[in-house]
Design a protein around this ligand. Sequence first.
Ligand SMILES: NC(=O)c1ccc[n+]([C@@H]2O[C@H](COP(=O)([O-])OP(=O)(O)OC[C@H]3O[C@@H](n4cnc5c(N)ncnc54)[C@H](OP(=O)(O)O)[C@@H]3O)[C@@H](O)[C@H]2O)c1
Length: 323
Amino acid sequence: MKAVVLYKTGKPEVLTVSDIPIPKVKPGWVLVKVKSFGINRSELMMRGFEGDAPYIQLPRIIGIDCAGIVTEPSDSGLRKGQMVVALMGGMGRSFDGSYAEYALLPAKNIFPVDTDLSWEELGAIPETYFTAYGSLSDCLQITYGDTLLIRGGTSAAGLTAIQIAKSIGATVLASTRKESKAEFLKSQGADHVLIDNGALTEQLYRLYPHGIDKILELIGASTLLESLKLAAYHGIVCHTGMLGKKGTLDGFDPIKDIPNGVYLTGFFSNYPTQQAIDAIFKLIKEKNLHPVIANVFSLNEIAEAHELAENNEANGKIVVKIE
Ligand SMILES: NC(=O)c1ccc[n+]([C@@H]2O[C@H](COP(=O)([O-])OP(=O)(O)OC[C@H]3O[C@@H](n4cnc5c(N)ncnc54)[C@H](OP(=O)(O)O)[C@@H]3O)[C@@H](O)[C@H]2O)c1
């Protein structure tokens, strides 16, 4: 089969297609014919530097999610030919992932789906929708009438959060560093756009002088302390992303840094469940949601796909479709 094997970390050019044997199925694992997958930030990090970490063993087929068809179900109870999505749980990190024609995956990370969406659209969904949906529902408990700030609104997760939150009846404020992307964010449903240029606090207080109900923090540790201060009394901040490239917060002082009556939570997509995947596909169907797809590439174009993701101009999900 054709597969993108990461032999060493580096720039997108280190990603090339190799011919390797199709993996052999074993108990507890399922062989999936990969039809499409999304490009995710964590794969850029894996390719760029994380592959050198002591807990990663190269060579590794990267890729943390995919959509495809069960070809060998083993003892999983899944059916041959069943349409599935798969994500996380060590995929593309501790065992080979989705950047390949076939992926051998643990049964617990594979979820049947019943949908009319195309393979391109399905490839855009597993990790991004699970992250946006999980952050909004489990963590932020988003509900009709809430005001929500999405910090990092132009990211694939941010755009997905905009559409989910709007479909639930929230008022959405979305941020970007670039004024040129404001119209795009509005076209995607944002009620207000804030420019993350050092004066975001002032822009938000002009609209909501008492702060905002819910904040989805996708920039991460570099903006978290400011976001905590923007939450209204009994507001919730969900720390989900690290687009600002800072994952941890040195000197974090919970007593002083979390304002009285504000709640801080975090989302980690490592533990998907069938229940959550079913809820996501139900919402997609009921609200007629469609992922915002920036580009579709072939497996041979994997380096270009990573390059586009890295230059931050995609404005949507980058998908790889395997014919
Ligand atoms: N917690 C979890 O389990 C989980 C799961 C999935 C994803 N994530 C995280 O969620 C975030 C979003 O992921 P994604 O794949 O949706 O991202 P993405 O689509 O690749 O995001 C692209 C956007 O990121 C913004 N950006 C890039 N560098 C930035 C910086 N230094 N400071 C501020 N903004 C920056 C740019 O926005 P502008 O140019 O418009 O400002 C760009 O439009 C990532 O940090 C990812 O690691 C977390």
